[in-house]
Write a protein that binds this ligand. Structure first.
Ligand SMILES: [Zn+2]
Ligand SMILES: [Zn+2]
Ligand SMILES: [Zn+2]
Length: 381
């Protein structure tokens, strides 16, 4: 009967977590899966996956230097809601902040905390019977819990929102992985080849504001605002990719897994390759390599750097500048590149509309004058 009552507790936990996720509406475009409290719970004791922290002081879990972990794992998750409840309890116990997405196709997280807390998190994920991850699957960078305003853990249809059913385009059909050194060599060869004789394209599959401040030399960087526009971008630019070898990359590799699968499914490319571990891993081996500028990250740091190049400009005066800040209009969520001297002159918004007035201070808008003007799916031909 102990197991019975415990099961009810776990079930309640899972449902409460689900309720919170639903009311928070983390991602309105992605319908959450319906919870199925009957499935999987009998055999799953979530509490046994929560590590003991009694050997650590409160201070070790909350104070001092820390880091941010970035990871993903594509695998079959039979009950995402149980995993979600477990992740939530785990992160709370370790005082981690950040974002964790769980789906039937796997898990994707970026979490910040102290060194001891993140270490224990990694160990827990490596021992977990669901994921069986390896230390190498975690990319780390300087930071901590302060890099995120909160902890968000939720169940989604996809672990990264491409907007295509994972049953239709699965990560299992992804392009060939290239290790950073092989990717580097490929880029070297490409750069040494005359533009007109190239059969290879380096494709950045991130959003425009990411590639704007850092990218591989001579890559094709789509001017898209969201990853969910990537499939339409490919669809409408198929001729660009016809008979080409495509070297694809993203931040940590997660988007390429499915973006390359999507591109492959169009059957126009000669070959589709992807950078294993993304820019993150590449920069560890080649900090002064062919990736120039900063690496955009989705937390309060906005960017991490490995070389001093500045490849973007201040939106107002055009001088080199690559440190993003949020638009000063309370209702706007656009990132702005405005240099210190332009800021001092009051240029702190993304556009004139935002600068002059605040039309709807209680509503967060996704689009703004300056982004609505851009074509949703840019044509390269
Ligand atoms: Zn300026
Ligand atoms: Zn704005
Ligand atoms: Zn604007």
């Amino acid at each position: 009967h102990v197991a019975q009552s415990h099961q009810a507790e776990v079930e309640q936990h899972a449902l409460t977590a689900f309720d919170k996720v639903q009311t928070a509406q983390l991602d309105p475009q992605q319908p959450d899966l319906q919870p199925d409290p009957q499935q999987g719970l009998e055999s799953t004791d979530v509490s046994s996956w929560i590590p003991d922290t009694s050997h650590l002081s409160e201070e070790q879990l909350t104070q001092g230097p820390g880091r941010v972990l970035l990871y993903y794992c594509y695998c079959d998750v039979s009950d995402p809601h149980v995993v979600c409840a477990w992740q939530k309890a785990l992160c709370q116990k370790l005082h981690l902040t950040g974002k964790v997405r769980v789906a039937s196709e796997g898990i994707n997280g970026t979490v910040g905390g102290t060194f001891a807390a993140t270490e224990l998190y990694i160990q827990t994920m490596c021992f977990s019977p669901v994921f069986r991850m390896h230390q190498d699957d975690f990319k780390t960078s300087a930071g901590g819990a302060e890099c995120f305003t909160e902890l968000k853990v939720g169940v989604y249809r996809e672990i990264v929102p491409m907007g295509v059913d994972p049953q239709v385009v699965s990560y299992r059909l992804a392009g060939t992985h290239l290790e950073p050194e092989d990717f580097h060599r490929e880029v070297e060869e490409l750069l040494a080849t005359d533009q007109t004789n190239r059969d290879t394209i380096i494709l950045d599959c991130r959003n425009f504001y990411e590639s704007k401040i850092g990218q591989f030399n001579q890559c094709l960087a789509p001017n898209i605002r969201k990853f969910s526009y990537f499939p339409d971008y490919v669809e409408q630019n198929l001729e660009v990719f016809r008979e080409k070898r495509v070297l694809m990359y993203c931040t940590g590799g997660i988007r390429c897994e499915r973006a390359s699968a999507y591109l492959k499914s169009k059957e126009v490319c000669k070959e589709v390759l992807q950078l294993r571990g993304g820019i993150h891993r590449y920069l560890e081996q080649f900090p002064q390599g062919h990736y120039r500028g900063k690496l955009f990250v989705f937390d309060e740091r906005y960017a991490i750097s490995s070389n001093d190049d500045v490849i973007s400009d201040c939106r107002y005066c055009g001088s080199p500048w690559d440190q993003y800040e949020l638009c000063s209009s309370a209702s706007c969520r656009q990132l702005v590149l405005s240099c210190p001297s332009c800021r001092r002159e009051g240029q702190t918004a993304c556009c004139l509309t935002c600068q002059s007035k605040d039309p709807s201070p209680h509503q967060h808008r996704e689009e703004c004058e300056c982004t609505m003007g851009r074509s949703r799916i840019p044509l390269e031909l």
